[in-house]
Design a protein around this ligand. Sequence first.
Ligand code: XIL
Length: 381
Amino acid sequence: MKRRDLLLMGLGAGSMAAAIAAGRTLRPARSYNVPPDRTFVASGTQSLGDRARAKGLFYGSEVSIARLRDDTEYASSIAEECTAIVPGYEWKWRFIRPDPQSFDFEKCDDMMDFATQHNLQVRGHTLVWYQSLPDWFEDYVTPANAESVLARHIETVAGRYAGKIYSWDVVNEAIEPYSNRADLFRKEPWLDLLGTDYVELAFRMAHEADPNALLTYNDYRLDFDTSYEDRRREGVMRLLERLTSRNVPIHAVGLQAHLNAHEFETFNPEKLRSFLADIASMGLKIMITEMDVIDQKLPADIATRDRVVASVYEDYLSVVLDEPAVAGVMTWGLSDRYTWLANEKAREDGLAVRPLPLDSEFQRKPAWHAIARAFDNAPPR
Ligand code: XIL
């Protein structure tokens, strides 16, 4: 394997040396042939949401509110398959804060109506994130006013929908080991403005604004057995310990689970199980918040690709759903018609990516069956 590939996998020179010293041989890239006798056919035709609900879990999707309005096929398949939704971008600062004084809730109000109409739980995403900040942010926010800007945002946004939100992603992606900080916090605007207490502050503000919502810390790349992900898990655990020891109102951890299919050889079920058990032992719930399976580097053949993607969904979710603290699963989109990965992880051969349960015509793919089976086989809550 080339060094570049190893770096892409998050295995830098240091971890390579460590792996060799530990006597572990780095396996060559996985052969992408899922055994031919492995099938992905779920029994029955019930929706993913119904199957999840039967086990006391939720299943939901990221949505674009604008598309819910414009694409009726999309809206009806969301209503059919899901018990929960989360807006992909229309609740982020950039989209609801046109200027430092105002808020624009038009789309979010619409989405709440859609959710009520179809009896869907709503996850709020996200009150604090270093990305998707408005253009005015940098000039306007200073160490002197940062706390009041944050308080006003959280009070207004979480306050407006108080009692109607199942769970809020209060802080998103605060950990980044490449920062080289001892506490593994990401270097970002909120950290510069308020120091490490910004996380704690945000949770306290959110709890005051909406005491009923499950308050979640959400982050990515916590899934695989690489030294980079070890560091990320370590950073998250330290953050959780810090918050719980100070009685900060945090109730859940979100694993985004944007999984690279071409790295799935580094999936180690035992490691993930023990990470989930560690979170559960702190009295916290766990949610899979943004799952999709990245097929960017898989072979072009669609049948092969769909089977690999399905196997990643089933293998990952069957481990995750064994943990009783897991409350549910969201995928970051439902149909390949609309996926952020089309831009974010486009394929070199120009073929459309296929990371989600339904194809671009809203037909159920092997990935849909894999998720259905994982719910069917999950122990009830
Ligand atoms: C992505 C959205 O899907 C895009 O539409 C947007 O432009 C950028 O953000 N982790 C997160 C999500 O927590 O907010 C990101 O969503 C995907 C990665």
